[in-house]
Design a protein around this ligand. Structure first.
Ligand SMILES: Cc1cc2nc3c(=O)[nH]c(=O)nc-3n(C[C@H](O)[C@H](O)[C@H](O)COP(=O)(O)O)c2cc1C
Length: 442
């Protein structure tokens, strides 16, 4: 019996922007792959669909403190996956982009949550089917994995870095104009900014390589450029950063603490801690010691949080029970609780937890250490809600059985299309019953 679940509904004051997140819950970034996709014309990509707008309207009613978008890419080539949202000058249909983004943002905020867009660039982690000429900090190639192959990247020139920094700032400026409360730089999970942070992928000898301060320089420059372009002290600056990478030459916990302390100095309000890269996925338990506390990265956030006085820490990965969440907050390991996979079975999981209606996010039949399958499940549930369907019940044997068959066909169709040189976007489509919109009066 958790008696203190109500503290999960506490508002969190963001020290630099002066804004307040109305609960401790962050809907962590999940790529939705529901924006426009044109394999051959990069200018015809990245506009959110009506389905995606509907998805965010539902999260907007869920009791979240912060709703973070999935990967939103700052140019038309360096995607996490086909169907990502994109904001770039070169896109056609700028009016449609603006109106869909405005609707999505308004829907996310309708229940009081802050909407923060996750700005991202794939760097060397963009499949060669989309980006045959990737860039990175250095020319360290990523080996083929997860059914994707990756070309050897070219190190960004200083001019290329300047352009990239401007792309991030431009996207932030547009998001601010369109009603977003802030932006989160995606500097975790092995994408471009994480490639700069990790010694294994950053072998530069110029001012962007070597010391931690140099490897993080691109991030500081992006925040600086955002501040100049947005020019609104109430705009929330956030980052998602690895607290651990579990690999040789990876970005270490101590280095992460150093960067976080610097980010506090430059006014970053929200530090979301995660871990792992494509090479060493860490969305499951990697250590016995972390199992006891449920969340994967608390052991590392303990180290980082000690370096901070003002910025708020939100730890993501593995949290499922109100008990473990309350404990982590009471231990001072984190102030906010990031949730991803639980947010697609129950779009209003925060309200259910902080009102005591549930004492844990429902578990599915597929173990969450199987990130490949649980990721597909989450992506499909998002897609279902976009279509006005109920997310299928991941704890129900027959529903999971049907889903596995759907997912199998999806993978086969993707592989067959790839043989013909066709790159598809999205997650498996799955039938279901009509969606019952969240009743916020409950
Ligand atoms: C379907 C899916 C898509 C994801 N996409 C992103 C993303 O776009 N950006 C990101 O930073 N993390 C992404 N993640 C990782 C989550 O934000 C989160 O860090 C991870 O799932 C661990 O949290 P959880 O145990 O609560 O699911 C994704 C996870 C899932 C399941």
């Amino acid at each position: 019996m958790v008696t203190d679940y109500k503290i999960l509904g506490d508002a969190i004051a963001l020290p630099f922007s002066g804004r307040s997140a109305p609960s401790r819950f962050m809907k962590s970034a999940m790529t939705e792959r529901l924006s426009s996709w044109d394999q051959h014309d990069p200018t015809n990509r990245g506009i959110p669909s009506d389905e995606l707008v509907r998805v965010y309207e539902e999260w907007g009613k869920g009791g979240w403190g912060i709703v973070v978008s999935g990967n939103l890419i700052v140019d038309t080539m360096n995607l996490e996956a086909p169907g990502n949202m994109i904001i770039h000058r070169s896109q056609q249909k700028q009016d449609e982009l603006e109106s869909q983004m405005r609707r999505l943002i308004a829907g996310s905020k309708a229940g009081g949550a802050l909407f923060v867009a996750q700005l991202s660039h794939g760097g060397r982690q963009v499949t060669s089917a989309i980006q045959p000429n990737p860039v990175s900090a250095s020319d360290v190639k990523l080996d083929d994995r997860m059914g994707m192959s990756f070309a050897k990247p070219t190190p960004l020139t200083e001019e290329g870095i300047r352009e990239t920094v401007e792309n991030f700032a431009y996207a932030a400026q547009k998001l601010h104009e369109w009603g977003a409360d802030g932006v989160q730089l995606h500097a975790a999970h092995g994408y471009l900014l994480a490639q700069f942070l990790a010694p294994s992928t950053n072998q530069r000898t110029d001012k962007y390589g070597g010391s931690v301060a140099n490897r993080a320089r691109i991030i500081y420059e992006i925040f600086d450029a955002i501040k100049k372009r947005v020019n609104d002290p109430k705009f929330v600056l956030a980052i998602k950063i690895n607290s651990v990478e579990f690999q040789k030459g990876g970005f270490s916990t101590e280095e992460s603490a150093e960067v976080c302390a610097e980010l506090e100095k430059i006014g970053v309000d929200v530090l979301e801690l995660s871990g792992g890269t494509y090479e060493e996925l860490a969305f499951g338990h990697r250590r016995e010691s972390t199992k006891k506390r449920e969340a994967f990265f608390l052991e590392f956030s303990d180290v980082i949080v000690k370096q901070l006085q003002k910025s708020t820490v939100w730890t993501t990965g593995g949290f499922r029970t109100a008990k473990a969440m309350v404990q982590a907050v009471q231990d001072g390991a984190t102030q906010g609780i990031g949730l991803a996979r639980p947010a697609t079975q129950d779009f209003d999981i925060p309200r259910k937890l902080y009102t005591g209606k549930l004492d844990a996010a429902p578990q599915g039949l597929i173990p969450e250490d199987d990130f490949g399958m649980t990721n597909l499940i989450a992506g499909t549930q998002i897609r279902q809600v976009g279509k006005g369907l109920q997310p299928f019940d991941k704890s129900d044997e027959s529903a999971v059985g049907e889903f596995k068959a759907t997912a199998g066909k999806f993978m086969e169709a993707g592989a067959a299309a790839a043989k013909d040189g066709v790159v598809n976007a999205g997650y498996p489509d799955h039938a279901g019953s009509p969606y019952v919109p969240i009743d916020t009066a409950q």
